[in-house]
Write a protein that binds this ligand. Structure first.
Ligand SMILES: [Zn+2]
Length: 268
């Protein structure tokens, strides 16, 4: 073989190796799971379902494989994992029954991080978190999540009307989903600002004087927040709700939508 042929062969081998390495890298980048921070710290009431919720979110991430979870459980974890620098490592947060003022090092930077294109998933008490009166009248967190917890009555079995049956979080459900849980009421009805996924058309039978009266009680919604995506479900108090396949699919769909793996932006 002449020297020239040998050189050509070596060059061809080097180029194909490089192409192989680049496509392997690209493949890895495409398949990299989304990084989701699950926040379970509570500064107020602590739901007994929190550890079960963590266990189920871990299981769901292992089954799904397109996202993984990191847990943020203590005030110290919040300081360490939710600083503006630390948040850059994540694609979304899940507020797993958080309550009160969590002590996020810079709340406005956290909200801006979502606006810049990240995902927020709130479960049940996520609307019982950062009440304006807990943080000097600042409504910015409540405005982001889309509702502020007011009250709840006794646990009740409700017929939830699934208003959007195409969203990744609700498309596995029929037109009506019967669930027993603690049903939240919010201070305001923000239907005009949110894309409502599920709601009740009457007050839950929870012992309140309005029980059974017609009304509009939101259960789950999503919304655009700048370039970010916000998903919230008011369910998630009872262990058996967490354990149900319907709720788990609801959550996985909400997470996959919030990190941009599925579905377009919200209609609002
Ligand atoms: Zn609750």
């Amino acid at each position: 073989m002449s020297r020239r042929v040998l050189m050509m062969a070596a060059l061809t081998a080097a180029v194909s190796l490089a192409i192989g390495a680049i496509s392997a890298l690209r493949c890895e980048a495409e398949a990299a799971p989304k990084r989701v921070l699950v926040v379970s710290y509570t500064a107020g009431f602590r739901h007994s379902a929190i550890p079960l919720g963590e266990k189920i979110l871990l299981k769901l991430s292992q089954e799904d494989r397109d996202f993984n979870v990191t847990f943020c459980r203590t005030a110290e974890d919040v300081k360490r994992l939710m600083s503006p620098e630390a948040l850059r490592r994540f694609d979304a947060v899940v507020f797993n029954n958080t309550t009160g003022n969590l002590g996020i090092p810079d709340l406005q930077a956290f909200l801006n991080w979502i606006r810049e294109g990240k995902g927020f998933v709130g479960i049940h008490a996520a609307t019982d978190t950062y009440h304006p009166e807990q943080i000097g009248g600042d409504r910015s967190y409540i405005d982001m999540v889309g509702g502020q917890f007011k009250t709840h009555g006794a646990q009740a079995t409700v017929d939830i009307i699934v208003e959007d049956r195409e969203h990744p979080s609700t498309r596995h459900l029929g037109p009506v989903w019967k669930v027993k849980d603690e049903i939240y009421e919010f201070r305001e009805n923000n239907r005009d600002k949110l894309h409502v996924l599920m709601a009740l058309d009457r007050h839950p039978d929870d012992g309140h004087p309005e029980a059974g009266q017609p009304g509009d009680y939101l259960i789950a919604w999503c919304r655009n927040y700048g370039k970010g995506r916000v998903f919230y479900t008011a369910l998630g108090h009872r262990d058996d709700v967490w354990e149900s396949a319907e709720f788990q699919k609801h959550l996985v769909g909400g997470i996959r939508w919030a990190v941009g793996l599925e579905g377009g932006p919200a209609r609002k």
